[in-house]
Design a protein. Structure first.
Length: 553
């Protein structure tokens, strides 16, 4: 998903429940507030082990009758932006719907419209020339090439037991006034590919040497982190350079070879199909393009259209959400209540085999996982919210209950289609959600049992630190513990059953730590024992800025 360009020292536009009319509401994707990167920080305490969830009394939850025709089920328990308000506003999430859903045996979730402190400003650093096109001159990756800082300098001050910076890429771009987006980042074999404005550039993962550059005539405006067979992906570019240009051109890209494939325009699904902030997702040979209440699917291999909202049976899909081989449709039913439903969708035909009807006035605000399917749904008018777990047949399995203010980076505003949240993780029957790091205080990751809907344990990040899930598999959560002061970050693993976190990678202290912690709202990957952290925005003022930093053994 892509938002309008914003200065990198400001947060993205606040986001709220997807597909709701009216101004954007505080929501799950709201950026966390960072500490001042230039302030002196106290020494950091070692990470504490996961703590069992204490039993706490929970307010009585309200409910209301199900919509007409809803079958009852057993009661079981989701241009530059202005600066956020300084005052926190917590929204208590009421439980749910009698005969349809209830928020567990108790508990509530809240979310903030911002924090007390201004966001952390990125540390300026540089690699492309002033026209925004990276140099084709090979980068040696050792400080002697274009836009690279020597690893020896970056590892100055590294302590015993810490790992090291492999390389750092910087860039210098003279672009449009509001800056440019850099939201593409893919680790493919021995290569990491980064998007910047109108270009894709590949670097060797071990040494940072430039492998290839692919330049487009117009800006890249939407990407997906997902790839199809043989490292093929689809990016979207604008149909021109002007302010009125539309983000409606699909391009297939071979991320291994650095070659461009087919280019096709996304056809409109109807008169009100507006290509505003499209979301791209890939599963198998299908790429889904969702935008402003309309969605279409195409073949990655050829660009041919498969299906879309216009020819869907029944309620019309607003979004096709894909992840890890699964696809669902989130649809609006154009009845008197504009009710909503979620269904599975065959990636080739779009056909559905089951449908989950949401309670009246409820909308899908976020998707935490597709396998199992975990939805965050809410009623904006009543300020009610529930996190619902569905089985493979689309029937309600459980509703998550707990307590906390969660920072999940879902980015689902009224102009954005719903996609799987980037800062949550699900593996088997466990959901991991990070809490908001408020005013420089430490946050936590909370683990929820998806069979019961109850919280199992919480892991504190440590004094003044932030812990963010990177992914979960094989009974282990992998998370990034952000750098603080002159202390580097860490990649840690935590067992699904809870316990003491194990450090997989210790980023170095000293010279590298201030650069690492200066990445605002970054893209992060942990692949084959290496940690990649890249920017999502560049000011494009012709000044040196960091682009991509890689850590390893």
């Amino acid at each position: 998903m892509t938002e309008p360009p914003q200065p990198p020292n400001q947060p993205p536009t606040p986001s709220g429940y997807g597909h709701l009319p009216g101004p954007p509401q505080p929501g799950y994707g709201y950026p966390q507030q960072g500490e001042n990167p230039y302030a002196q920080q106290p020494p950091t305490q070692p990470m504490q082990p996961a703590q069992p969830m204490p039993h706490q009394p929970v307010p009585q939850q309200g409910h209301f009758p199900p919509p007409p025709g809803m079958p009852t089920v057993g009661v079981h328990p989701a241009g530059g932006a202005p600066q956020p308000p300084k005052k926190k506003t917590a929204v208590i999430v009421a439980a749910a719907v009698a005969g349809v859903l209830v928020l567990g045996t108790g508990g509530y979730f809240a979310f903030f419209d911002g924090g007390d402190e201004d966001p952390k400003k990125p540390v300026a650093q540089s690699s492309a020339p002033a026209d925004g096109k990276p140099s084709t001159e090979p980068d040696k990756g050792d400080g002697s090439g274009n836009g690279s800082q020597g690893a020896e300098d970056l590892n100055a001050g590294r302590k015993q037991g810490e790992d090291k910076v492999l390389w750092l890429k910087t860039t210098k771009i003279d672009g449009p006034g509001m800056g440019v987006v850099a939201e593409g980042q893919w680790v493919v074999g021995d290569t990491v590919v980064k998007s910047v404005w109108k270009t894709l550039t590949a670097y060797g993962v071990t040494d940072g040497k430039q492998k290839w550059t692919l330049a487009f005539p117009t800006p890249i405006c939407a990407v997906t982190r997902q790839t199809a067979a043989e490292a093929k992906t689809v990016v979207m570019v604008r149909d021109g350079d002007g302010d009125s240009a539309t983000c409606n051109q699909m391009k297939q890209v071979d991320l291994k070879a650095g070659k461009e494939g087919w280019t096709k325009e996304v056809p409109k699904e109807g008169l009100f199909d507006i290509m505003t902030s499209p979301t791209v997702g890939i599963t198998g040979d299908t790429v889904a393009i969702s935008r402003s209440g309309t969605a279409s699917a195409f073949k990655v291999s050829t660009g041919d259209k498969l299906f879309g909202s216009a020819n869907a049976e029944g309620c019309k899909p607003d979004s096709y959400v894909v992840n890890k081989g699964k696809m669902i449709a989130i649809s609006t039913c154009y009845d008197d209540d504009l009710s909503s439903e979620v269904s599975d969708a065959d990636p080739v035909t779009g056909k559905k085999t089951w449908t989950f009807k949401l309670p009246a006035k409820y909308k899908v605000g976020a998707v935490y996982s597709l396998d199992p399917l975990v939805l965050d749904i809410g009623n904006q008018e009543k300020k009610e919210r529930a996190i619902v777990v569905l089985g493979p047949d689309g029937k309600q399995r459980a509703t998550v209950s707990g307590e906390g203010n969660f920072a999940t980076e879902c980015n689902n505003g009224i102009f954005h289609s719903v996609e799987v949240c980037s800062h949550t993780a699900v593996d088997g029957n466990t959901l991991y959600l990070p809490t908001v790091a408020e005013s420089g205080k430490a946050n936590e990751v909370v683990a929820f049992d998806l069979d019961t809907g109850k919280a199992k344990w919480r892991t504190p990040a440590g004094e003044g630190r932030t812990l963010t899930p990177l992914g979960a598999a094989n009974g282990q959560l992998v998370a990034y513990r952000k750098a603080k002061g002159d202390q580097g970050g860490e990649v840690v693993s935590i067992p699904a059953a809870g316990g003491t976190p194990t450090a997989l990678l210790r980023n170095p202290s000293g010279a590298a730590a201030p650069i690492e912690r200066g990445f605002y709202n970054p893209l992060t990957d942990y692949v084959d024992g290496r940690f990649f952290i890249g920017v999502t925005m560049l000011s494009a003022k012709g000044t040196d800025e960091k682009l991509l930093m890689v850590f390893g053994k």
